[in-house]
Design a protein around this ligand. Structure first.
Ligand SMILES: C[S@@+](CC[C@H](N)C(=O)[O-])C[C@H]1O[C@@H](n2cnc3c(N)ncnc32)[C@H](O)[C@@H]1O
Length: 351
């Protein structure tokens, strides 16, 4: 059990490795990454099982930006026949858990394994129950995550359910709403799922709240806000979806999002403008710094090669800015499943 398996968006293996390395270094731990380009996962090899456990216990999953899902464990080779017996043998080194998930890389090769995983789930759970390693009332809220590279090679991983992605492979199953004007709509919905606990939606995403959507056209994000019955100022020189405008909840302002200022503070600012990260950071500073909004979801586009370093630099800049201004702002950042060459930031002002 001396390695971590880190899942990420294919093409972001370097960012996931840099991210875990930074956390390990901060804790005085060492390790190295085994990765292959565009495979959507990284194996982070450490000295021993204790180092892996310390690392996972010292880092909250919610802090991770490029890592979609993680587990500590080891790769196991399975025979062509009777894979179950080999797996049940491997589980002996693991504590009793209350869940088992079957996961695959987010690639075409991974998708081709979906049928195999579906067929294997029921006999696996039955076998685990029989030998006592899977129990609904297991003392620790643990989960076994099996990450299959193919039907004969699997990473047998262990996580604490409360410190890992709440969705298999870190991918929320959101359905594209047919009435929404653009696919981007899922980015904002996923951001809310990620940054706002479900039990707080009625207070923090409440009807009659006000919002500004910068770079709103054609209206996928505005559509989400309107679904929550908020009144939205949609700022964009481009045209907004007609049906959305007919809701009567949207005021379309043909203006520059970098110049626009709200007449009164609003509850939410959301922004999906394609811009340089430094300029987007400036926009965040204006809105949260002046108290023009209480919460914000802002997409940070990452066109450059040094994407991990760039995100760290922007987050450090924002923290310094709000510290210097005496404004208490919590900042979250994640590369969501629906994000491409970008990450999503959530900001909340507390004073
Ligand atoms: C990625 S699209 C937004 C998609 C939108 N979130 C949705 O869900 O439909 C970016 C938008 O930003 C707008 N935009 C670009 N620069 C802008 C600026 N300076 N001010 C306002 N809007 C801008 C573009 O016109 C474009 O409609």
């Amino acid at each position: 059990m001396n390695s971590l398996l880190l899942q990420c968006r294919p093409g972001f293996e370097g960012e996931a490795a840099s991210e875990i390395q930074a956390h390990a270094e901060r804790l005085g731990l060492s390790g190295f990454a085994r990765t292959q380009a565009s495979q959507g996962w990284v194996q982070w090899q450490m000295n021993d099982a204790a180092a892996c456990e310390t690392l996972m216990q010292s880092v909250r999953f919610a802090q991770l930006i490029f890592i979609r899902q993680w587990a500590r464990g080891q790769f196991v080779d399975l025979p062509e026949k009777d894979r179950l017996t080999t797996l049940l043998g491997a589980f002996r080194a693991y504590p009793r858990v209350s869940q088992v998930w079957l996961e695959v890389p987010d690639t075409n090769d991974g998708k081709a394994l979906a049928g195999f995983c579906k067929k294997f789930q029921a006999p696996l759970e039955k076998g685990m129950h029989k030998v006592g390693c899977l129990r609904a009332n297991a003392p620790l809220p643990g989960r076994i995550q099996l990450f299959f590279l193919n039907s004969q090679r699997v990473f047998v991983g262990l996580v604490e359910q409360t410190n890992a992605a709440p969705w298999p492979m870190g991918i929320p199953r959101l359905k594209f709403p047919r009435e929404a004007p653009s696919r981007s709509t899922l980015k904002l919905e996923e951001a809310w799922h990620h940054f706002v606990p479900r039990e707080q939606w009625d207070d923090r995403l409440a009807p009659a709240m006000t919002a500004v959507d910068l770079g709103a056209a054609p209206g996928g994000w505005t559509w989400q806000l309107v679904q929550r019955h908020m009144r939205v100022t949609a700022v964009d020189n481009g045209p907004m979806d007609k049906a959305l405008m007919d809701s009567g909840l949207v005021d379309h302002q043909r203006a520059d999002g970098y110049v626009f200022e709200p007449r009164k503070p609003v509850d939410w600012m959301v922004c999906d403008i394609v811009e340089r990260p430094a300029r987007t950071a400036w926009l965040i500073e204006q809105w949260l710094g002046h108290g023009w909004c209480r919460e914000a979801i802002v997409n940070l586009k990452l066109p450059m090669k040094t994407r991990y370093a760039e995100v760290q630099q922007i987050l450090a800049r924002l923290e310094d800015f709000f510290d210097d201004a005496g404004v208490r702002v919590s900042i979250g950042c994640k590369q969501l499943y629906h994000d491409r060459e970008e990450v999503t930031c959530h900001l909340r002002r507390w004073n």
